[in-house]
Design a protein around this ligand. Structure first.
Ligand code: ATP
Ligand code: ZN
Ligand code: MG
Length: 486
């Protein structure tokens, strides 16, 4: 490793007369680096060459000592300017293709990276950019190795094969019957029969799983702030899947006059005029319900007697800018989920996961009577980030629940994820600074996708209530009539 930093500090006046004193002072500074300081007119030039400690750290410490030294001589320091900074470090694997990052030029030779930064102000050093840039280079190289690799998938449990009443696509059939209507990309309107089925799914989840296990309901805003998503990692993980929200620049109708005039004349939205009246987004529509839950708990210390903390939300839909979205309701841009969140000790979370699995099993076997399976999955990037490994008894990680879709044919591959259970360790607990009096906290969540439950059920059991299993009929045995349209 090599940290070769050249920077300069503007002095409040010319100070060449103290050059000798400065050299004396430098001799007495104890750093494990090659340190050269020189006064030129009203500028102090600093050159730090270090092989272990990072020069950008050294210069910040040095600055404090220099401020005292110059202060005694009635000379003020006007901040550090980075003239040139060359950092050389080794990476574990050599990049497969070229990489670049902002604020620096990169030259990579086999596993040696040379990163050159020039002409930056003090904040750049103080805000920790340099360390994050080094990390980003490593992360980008790692990503080149796991891109395209399949996610880890290991079957945990599978129901028996079942006979299904039909092999039609329920979304198509519901459209034909007028039960659902596509409103805009991936957003559907559910007429009474479809709404009744989805609400029945919701009641089953609430009454058979959420309530018996003691989860308590919360209600949250549908907007999620960037600050929250920076902490959870969503904003760097899936910026291209978020629906962003803009506030208007102003509520004053005069400000909107031109926009309204154009609209009245053309009966169309003038997009340029509209954008002039909008602020840049600072929030987005809920993507998953857990981030706002963690944000609401940020900075709190949870009493031991309140552990495990068990909460759930079904107040807001989740929106995602998905690929596609025109076909059916199994992959939509706006979906309805119950999300439950659990925070507690590792042992408490293990216990909750066991109970959840037991309840889910009961619902899928005894109420919905599905052909389904359960698998341990770990997206490769999570394995890479040390969030979860691939081992069978691993506590952290995700279990997916999947159902077979007969209309898609091939039983060996046509399974749809209908929900999951995750334990994420202390990732979010740390990010939001949530504490307990004594216990070490972990957290996790489980997202129950109501559209997915509905598709799986209808795909296997058909759309006629008389064919539905008795368990489900207890929740819904007759469909509301649909208005007759001529
Ligand atoms: P997928 O791999 O299918 O995209 P995901 O891993 O993105 O799912 P999560 O973010 O883990 O899904 O959300 C958990 C649950 O939310 C899923 O199991 C599913 O029930 C539901 N879900 C996610 N995305 C959609 C979508 N686009 N349409 C309908 N339901 C969805
Ligand atoms: Zn979640
Ligand atoms: Mg997805």
């Amino acid at each position: 490793m090599k940290f070769d930093l050249k920077c300069s500090i503007q002095l409040s006046r010319e100070a060449e007369e103290i050059a000798d004193e400065l050299q004396e002072f430098v001799k007495n500074i104890d750093v494990d680096a090659d340190l050269k300081l020189k006064i030129e007119g009203n500028e102090l030039l600093i050159h730090i060459l270090s092989h272990e400690k990072r020069s950008h750290q050294i210069v910040l410490q040095l600055y404090k000592q220099l401020a005292i030294f110059f202060g005694k001589r009635k000379i003020g320091l006007r901040g550090i300017h980075v003239d040139e900074y060359e950092i050389e470090f080794e990476v574990e694997k050599k990049p497969l293709k070229e990489i670049s990052i902002p604020f620096a030029d990169l030259k990579i030779n086999d596993k040696i990276v040379v990163m050159k930064i020039a002409n930056k102000e003090e904040d750049f050093l103080r805000e920790g950019y340099v360390d994050r840039m080094i990390r980003l280079v490593k992360e980008k190289i790692d990503k080149q190795y796991y891109e395209g690799k399949k996610e880890y998938w290991q079957l945990l449990w599978q129901s028996e094969e079942k006979e299904h009443v039909w092999d039609k696509d329920p979304s198509e059939e519901m459209q034909k019957r007028g039960w659902i209507k596509l409103m805009s990309k991936g957003k559907w309107f559910y007429f009474p029969p479809a709404a009744a089925i989805m609400r029945a799914m919701e009641r089953i989840a609430l009454e058979e799983i959420v309530a018996p296990l003691g989860f308590k309901e919360i209600i949250q805003p549908m907007h999620v702030s960037f600050a929250t998503w920076i902490k959870t990692g969503h904003l760097e993980g899936m910026p291209g899947e978020i629906y962003y929200i803009c506030e208007p620049e102003s509520r004053e109708i005069e400000e909107w006059e031109k926009f309204v005039d154009l609209l009245k004349i053309t009966k169309q939205v003038d997009e340029k005029e509209l954008l002039k009246n909008l602020k840049p987004p600072k929030t987005g529509v809920c993507y998953a319900q857990c981030p706002n839950i963690y944000a609401a708990l940020a900075g709190k210390t949870i009493a031991e007697e309140s552990l495990p903390l068990l909460i759930f939300d079904h107040s807001t839909p989740s929106d995602r800018y998905e690929a596609g979205g025109k076909h059916g309701i199994e992959r939509v841009d706006e979906f309805h989920r119950i999300e439950i969140v659990y925070i507690g000790t590792k042992e408490q979370l293990l216990d909750i996961r066991e109970k959840l699995i037991e309840r889910y099993k009961y619902v899928f076997n005894n109420i919905l009577d599905l052909e389904w399976r359960m698998a341990r999955v770990t997206p490769f990037y999570l394995q890479q980030a040390g969030i979860a490994g691939g081992e069978e008894n691993e506590i952290k990680g995700t279990i997916d629940f999947e159902a077979y879709l007969p209309y898609r044919g091939d039983r060996s591959k046509e399974w749809l994820e209908i929900q999951n259970i995750s334990i994420v360790g202390d990732k979010y607990i740390k990010a939001f600074n949530i504490k307990a009096q004594k216990s070490q906290l972990w957290s996790g969540c489980s997202g129950i996708g109501l559209e997915r439950w509905m598709v799986a059920f209808l795909a296997q059991k058909g759309m006629e209530p008389e064919n539905w299993p008795d368990g489900f009929k207890k929740y819904l045995n007759k469909l509301p009539e649909i208005p007759k349209f001529l």
